[in-house]
Design a protein around this ligand. Structure first.
Ligand code: ZN
Length: 149
């Protein structure tokens, strides 16, 4: 389910989020705890969508940390944007990274999702989502605002 941040499906718009920034690190931690406790199987969490895997391999941003499941250094971040304002750009991968600035200058409001994916074992989890766009111009970068734990 998208609500928990697991099994991100890039072909379907995720459930719209309520706040400007949603941090999924707690959900991620509880998913990993469930995996270690045997309440979830590896196949439950290592099920990255083929498109997400491809995006991770080809244009994903390298994450300086080992995969929490297979321990390989194959973690990548992939950013997706969704929103009615974006029209045909909705659901696209943000690449190159600068393209996001272009979107922010041209569209009033859309949501950016950052997804962690392991290109080895296919572990994937939503990391963070935030609402941005022209309406939000001039505000401090949202991504640094909420740092906990
Ligand atoms: Zn892995």
């Amino acid at each position: 389910m998208t609500l928990s941040g697991r099994s991100f499906d890039p072909t379907r718009p995720p459930v719209s989020t309520t706040g400007p920034v949603v941090d999924y690190s707690l959900a991620r931690r509880s998913t990993l705890e469930a995996l270690r406790g045997g309440r979830l199987a590896t196949t439950d969490v290592c099920d990255a969508h083929p498109e997400l895997m491809r995006a991770g391999k080809n244009i994903g941003e390298e994450v300086p940390a080992p995969c929490p499941v297979c321990s390989h250094e194959t973690l990548r971040w992939v950013r997706y944007v969704y929103g009615d304002d974006l029209k045909h750009n909705s659901g696209r991968v943000v690449y190159p990274t600068d393209w996001l600035h272009e979107l922010m200058a041209n569209y009033d409001q859309f949501t950016c999702y950052i997804v962690e994916v392991c290109t080895d074992c296919a572990w994937n989890h939503l990391m963070r989502s935030y609402v941005t766009g022209r309406k939000f111009a001039g505000r401090p970068p949202l991504r640094e605002r909420k740092q906990q734990g």
